[in-house]
Design a protein around this ligand. Structure first.
Ligand code: 9MR
Length: 429
């Protein structure tokens, strides 16, 4: 698809036939509201924002609102090869919003960025709040999307009471196991058959390259629960989490999810060894989630690809084992760059577009080899990303495929077809 006119005609036909991967009917443009600014956890840059196309739509071919009919759909482009997903927040999903049009056009898979974490679902013992989660699941079903549940067991974003016991002590092993079982049973069985994939445990591997995360890295699970079966390993809480999840929804896909797997070989090896040992014991783990919060310059694609290939080797133990990219974003800053601002020049756009094109070319290759089944970006557009203000307070980032006004970036075109991004950059200049 090198020819832009052909591309537009092609996407118009597709739009008419399907309107989006999820099969929804597009709303007439005049009925659309601007972006819903009522955010649960707003980035400062998003407040009071409205969406104004930056260029006249008559002249622009590449800098277009992401929902524009002439813009090809991301998920249609990747068709059956790869599911394409995004993290969303339910306050963004008002049906009349531009955001809604954008996500239902481009993605066939969704996850909530925060609202299905234990601190929100189960803020005090015995009390569950499912309003947002229910809305998310209803939204997903209404558009025929695949849904991920994020996340069941994590050391972070747990409610205050979670690790607490009697008289200010820590919870006992029995208490914590019972809490895990109640939580997983209540949440997973509520959405049985509706949430396709669960991040059962999140970020359980140490950043030191030395096995699992323990108290010194903020996780109390191993020291409280420890070795239940006397095999010398103190991470039986991971096994239990998977067994609880399997019991609650026997057909859900159960994932172990972590960060830096694509960029830190020592951590990848530790992750691989733990998952392999668990699979060999028969623990029902269906796949590995590579979060992939990466930077414009690191890791090189070869290192990332090697991580996917290594994890896909686990198919030798579980033939149905899958690898997924679960939280992709590409910071425009290097990891240790503490600067407070960066101008988004055409050169930067070019580098960023090449980076995304290289990544998606590799994802497609890995998907075609049967090693990868899903790529999820952590957010949809630059106006709402956890990377604003992190790790540098007051700094904005631009890590996604749509810009702060939900317009297509050259990187978006590079993901559709890498030959289109130079034309998109030329239009910017
Ligand atoms: O994007 C999420 C951000 O809004 C929250 O403040 C943060 C709290 O820890 O969690 C972010 O999402 C994280 C995800 O749940 C797990 N992997 C890392 C993500 C980015 O920090």
């Amino acid at each position: 698809m090198k020819n832009r006119k052909m591309l537009i005609a092609f996407s118009l036909v597709l739009a008419l036939l399907f309107s989006a991967c999820t099969g929804t009917v597009p709303e007439p443009e005049e009925n659309r509201d601007v972006l819903d600014t009522n955010t649960a956890e707003p980035n400062s840059a998003e407040k009071d924002q409205t969406v104004e196309p930056q260029d006249s739509e008559e002249t622009a071919s590449y800098v277009l609102p992401a929902y524009d009919d002439s813009v090809p759909s991301l998920c249609e482009t990747y068709g059956d090869v790869l599911k394409i997903g995004a993290a969303v927040n339910t306050d963004q999903l008002r049906e009349t919003s531009d955001f809604y049009q954008v996500v239902t056009k481009h993605y066939n898979t969704f996850v909530t960025e925060n609202e299905m974490k234990p601190m929100y679902l189960n803020p005090s013992e015995g009390d569950f709040f499912f309003d947002a989660a229910d809305r998310f699941v209803e939204f997903g079903e209404s558009v025929g999307a695949t849904l991920r549940g994020h996340t069941l067991i994590w050391h972070s974003q747990v409610p205050d009471w979670w690790f607490g016991g009697e008289n200010g002590e820590r919870a006992t092993r029995e208490q914590l196991l019972a809490r895990m079982e109640t939580y997983i049973h209540t949440v997973v069985s509520r959405y049985q058959g509706r949430i396709h994939t669960w991040d059962v445990v999140n970020e359980v591997i140490s950043d030191t390259g030395n096995g699992i995360r323990r108290d010194n890295e903020g996780s109390q699970y191993a020291s409280i629960i420890g070795d239940l079966d006397g095999d010398g390993e103190d991470y039986d809480y991971i096994e239990q989490a998977f067994y609880f999840a399997r019991a609650a929804d026997p057909d859900a896909q159960l994932i172990i999810n972590d960060y830096s797997l694509e960029s830190d070989p020592a951590k990848l090896n530790a992750f691989y060894d733990v998952v392999k040992a668990l699979l060999e014991k028969g623990v029902p783990i269906d796949g590995a989630g590579i979060q992939a919060h990466i930077q414009i310059g690191y890791p090189v694609v070869e290192l990332f690809e090697a991580a996917i290939e290594k994890l896909a080797e686990l198919k030798e133990i579980n033939p149905d084992f899958v690898v997924q990219i679960t939280e992709l974003d590409v910071s425009i800053f290097d990891w240790n760059d503490q600067s407070t601002t960066k101008e988004i020049t055409p050169e930067l756009q070019k580098k960023f577009a090449e980076r995304y094109a290289d990544l998606f070319e590799m994802f497609r290759r890995q998907a075609e080899k049967g090693n990868l089944d899903m790529v999820v970006t952590w957010g949809v557009y630059d106006g709402r990303s956890w990377l604003d203000n992190y790790p540098v307070e007051g700094r904005t980032n631009a890590p996604l495929l749509f810009d702060r006004n939900m317009m297509t970036k050259p990187a978006f075109w590079g993901v559709i077809d890498r030959d289109l991004s130079p034309e998109a950059i030329a239009e910017l200049e």
